[in-house]
Ligand binder design. Structure first.
Ligand SMILES: [Zn+2]
Length: 855
């Protein structure tokens, strides 16, 4: 061992020791000692006012530093990608040679296509801390940006000439803001490393998620959140060859970088992707060896679901790489590897940020070739595919179709209107969209619309499927070559805005809106809030309208004018505005006397009222599930709901005036903190007309408290011969119990008011839990049931599948003037389950429209 190495190792040991004793680290701890930096450029700590790692840099400070670099250096350009829900800036700093940056600026100003052909610079995008409470990444981004901008070395100049590096310092600014504020506010002068200290115990909701408590590292493909939408626009523009996705994991671990478990890579991803990741991994290994940090690879983390930052690039000819640093979750925390300091975590992330750039640069030709090959092969596959494309229909629901189109366009998928009728598999597609396979994103399209039930590795702690046709409850079919005609292809769809709707004519009697339209419930909220009375029809009927006789489905939303406190002339412009805004075509009725079915004054026409919703949230309730329901009500219904803290509700329930609420929603959660007294109050509130809605585990609580008469249990599943199991089987045995998330088929009783608007007797639902509702002996309570062979797509063990088959997906019973509704799954999973969202909507609007069953 040379003297130099010796000194280096000692300095590593000394600085590690220092880390556990001091609160901060000077730049010399992070930055290479032999680096030559531009003296005029200030380091992040100079701008921020504390050493890196001493506190968590606030998001606004991080953004300000990126702006500072952009103002100071010709090597940089700052792109403001947009604003988060909480109006924080999502910034992206480009770093490259002054010539490349000048070109880039010009190209952005001219709105030109980005050139990423073989001769163009390699593009590397480093994305930090998409989980906001995995904060070492965002803090490392400051050092990374400084280093790459300030470094004055010939070799580095070559790298900058060959590469454009994008730094996205925070992929989840709102979550990071929540976490950094919390953790800074708990920091002691004498750091508390005890894991029991408040600093290491984040309150609900933690900083992992965004404003609506969504995991943004699941939303890349679903694109339901502002942060993803803003980012995708630029991601698709630059198509980075390499994407680094910087995370944190458990405090007692070390450092992980991909490649991950080979068998857990999505089979649609070419093997070469794994090999390139492995080539780049050599650079991480060497860099971490140099600073004495431990690490591992290949044993953990899957690359299956394309909705993650490390996987989304893989299906588009690029390479996504996952990094996971052991989390100090605070400034200093005890771990099995000794005190783990925030600066130590930051230094590892900084180190692998640089090794990603170095590794990508060293393999740049291979990486560029790989992308060319990826798309050449994809084009070949598309030519050889027995199908020419996919036809999709929303059955005339413009809102849902617009949402799907918006998603496809985010991914730069080309979509066309269906121009001619197409008969396939017993269905006739009259209107809808066509997605031709012969296009750049062929493989991504396949990934979005495939169904898969066989897997090389059955370990799924997260979703194993995400089919968009099922999620949006749309009819879709592959169009075989022999069925394909070019005349089917209408205009290319360039944006997702739908045509404004209209009120057919002025009426003196009534207007009717189709309940099956995705935007109708939003219209209902708007009208009810402005004091307009609404009715729903429990049976079908046909009436004379201004445009002749029309049939109306059960659930049709009726606005009778004679019963309103306001004049018909006043209501008309309001309706017109709603029609235009929400793309709804509203019928004007001339006579209440039915051509067939019920008349407009029928007892089967029931009032509906504005839901006054209390949803339990906070500690004990799933942040994800409650967040998804909140997001849905807030965005898709424009309905203000009350989110009450479960513990507060449990401890002070006698102060809560339940009569203020028409609905109480209990998302997935642990409700054993609610005592007998509260159960009695809830029961009484239901008798008085309240609608109590349970989902997932909440249904078990409802059943145990006898608020729901149906039995709820957990699936039982284990490997075939328990007697033959040995210790080494345990991890697979455990994995088989999990229902990570799969798509199941259900049979819908379309005559029940709680299913109005679904329109199809089979509804796909998403299940990611083990709670099963046993069918009631009373058939009228089992409104939706899983079919006999319900698995549509995804992994589920055969034992779990047997349990799910024929169980109940939606049960509801009247109690007094109110009702209890059990929805087995979360119907608005990750906000892209537009189809089953109808179950939540109907529970809110039609929760007491159905009759009691005396069977
Ligand atoms: Zn993470």
């Amino acid at each position: 061992m040379s003297l130099v190495t010796h000194i280096r190792i000692w300095s590593v040991i000394i600085s590690l020791q220092l880390m556990s004793l001091t609160t901060a680290a000077p730049n010399t701890y992070y930055l290479p000692s032999d680096a030559n930096y531009l003296a005029s450029l200030q380091t992040p700590d100079q701008r921020i006012g504390h050493q890196i790692g001493e506190f968590h840099a606030r998001h606004d400070q991080v953004v300000a530093y990126m702006h500072y670099l952009a103002e100071q250096s010709e090597r940089t350009h700052l792109i403001d990608m947009g604003k988060t829900w909480e109006k924080r800036s999502q910034v992206l700093l480009a770093i490259s040679s002054p010539e490349n940056i000048a070109k880039l600026k010009q190209q952005i100003a001219n709105n030109d296509e980005f050139n990423n052909d073989a001769k163009a610079p390699l593009v590397v995008w480093l994305g930090f801390s998409i989980h906001g409470n995995e904060a070492s990444g965002t803090n490392a981004s400051l050092l990374t940006a400084y280093h790459l901008t300030a470094l004055q070395e010939q070799a580095h100049e070559q790298v900058l000439q060959d590469t454009i590096i994008f730094i996205e310092p925070s992929l989840n600014p709102d979550g990071y803001g929540r976490f950094s504020t919390f953790v800074n506010s708990q920091r002691s002068l004498n750091l508390a490393a005890d894991p029991m200290d408040r600093e290491h115990q984040e309150p609900w909701p933690n900083g992992r998620t965004n404003h609506y408590r969504f995991d943004l590292n699941r939303d890349w493909l679903l694109a339901q959140q502002k942060e993803s939408q803003n980012r995708l626009k630029w991601y698709q523009h630059f198509q980075p060859n390499v994407f680094g996705d910087f995370h944190e994991m458990g405090t007692n671990s070390t450092y992980f970088f991909q490649p991950g478990v080979p068998e857990r890579q999505n089979p649609l991803t070419p093997e070469e992707n794994f090999n390139i990741t492995d080539d780049i991994a050599q650079f991480h290994a060497k860099a971490l060896d140099k600073i004495g940090s431990l690490y591992y690879s290949k044993e953990d983390f899957d690359d299956f679901y394309y909705g993650k930052g490390s996987t989304y690039p893989d299906i588009q000819g690029n390479v996504g790489i996952l990094f996971e640093q052991a989390s100090s979750r605070g400034h200093l925390q005890e771990s099995v590897n000794g005190p783990l300091s925030f600066p130590f975590a930051i230094r590892n992330q900084f180190t692998t940020s640089l090794s990603t750039v170095a590794g990508a640069h060293a393999n740049k030709d291979k990486i560029k070739d790989y992308r060319q090959k990826f798309f050449a092969e994809a084009s070949n596959e598309a030519s050889n595919d027995r199908n020419r494309g996919i036809v999709i229909s929303a059955g005339g629901d413009t809102g849902r179709m617009a949402a799907l189109i918006e998603n496809l366009l985010f991914h730069k998928i080309k979509v066309y209107r269906l121009k001619d009728e197409l008969a396939l598999n017993g269905k006739t597609y009259k209107s809808g969209i066509l997605i031709p396979f012969q296009q750049r994103q062929y493989r991504l399209i396949k990934a979005m619309f495939e169904t898969r039930t066989l897997f090389e590795d059955n370990t799924f702690y997260d979703v194993s499927t995400w089919n968009f046709g099922h999620a949006f409850n749309m009819d879709y079919d592959y169009v075989e070559r022999r069925k394909w005609k070019d005349r089917l292809l209408g205009d290319e769809i360039k944006n997702s805005t739908y045509a404004p709707g209209k009120v057919a004519a002025k009426s003196k009697l009534a207007y009717i809106i189709d309940w099956a339209q995705f935007t109708t419930p939003k219209a209902a909220v708007k009208l009810l809030e402005s004091g307009i009375q609404l009715r729903t029809a429990k049976s079908p009927f046909s009436l004379k309208t201004s445009e002749g006789v029309k049939s109306f489905a059960p659930g049709s939303l009726i606005i009778p004018l004679g019963i309103q406190s306001r004049a018909a002339d006043e209501i008309y412009p309001e309706l017109q505005a709603v029609a235009v805004d929400l793309g709804l075509n509203i019928d004007a009725i001339n006579s209440g006397y039915a051509v067939s079915g019920i008349d407009l004054g029928s007892p089967d026409i029931k009032p509906i009222t504005l839901p006054r919703v209390l949803m339990l949230a906070g500690t004990g309730v799933s942040a994800y599930d409650s967040g998804e329901l909140w997001h849905f009500a807030d965005n898709h219904l424009d309905l203000s709901i009350t989110q009450a803290n479960l513990t507060q509700f449990a401890n002070h329930s006698s102060f809560v005036d339940l009569s203020r609420y028409s609905h109480i929603v209990m998302p997935h959660g642990r409700y054993n903190v609610l005592n007998e007294k509260i159960v009695a109050r809830l029961s009484n509130w239901v008798e008085q007309g309240g609608v109590l809605i349970g989902m997932k585990s909440a249904n078990k609580w409802l059943s145990d408290q006898k608020l729901l008469s149906l039995e709820v249990s957990l699936t039982t599943s284990s490997m075939d011969n328990p007697d033959s199991l040995q210790y080494s089987d345990m991890s697979e045995d455990n994995a088989q119990k999990v229902i990570g998330g799969s798509i199941f088929d259900t049979k819908v009783d379309l005559s029940h008011p709680l299913t109005f608007g679904i329109g199809k007797s089979n509804l796909s639902v998403f299940k990611n839990h083990r709670y099963i509702i046993k069918p009631s002996d009373n058939p009228y309570l089992n409104i939706i049931r899983y079919t006999e062979e319900p698995l549509v797509s995804g992994y589920v063990s055969s034992g779990n599948l047997d349990n799910i088959a024929n169980s109940v997906q939606l049960a509801a019973e009247r109690k007094g003037r109110g009702s209890v509704i059990a929805i087995s799954d979360n119907p608005v999973f990750r906000a892209y389950w537009y189809g089953s969202s109808r179950l939540f909507v109907n529970a809110l609007f039609l929760g007491t429209v159905f009759e009691r069953s005396n069977r």
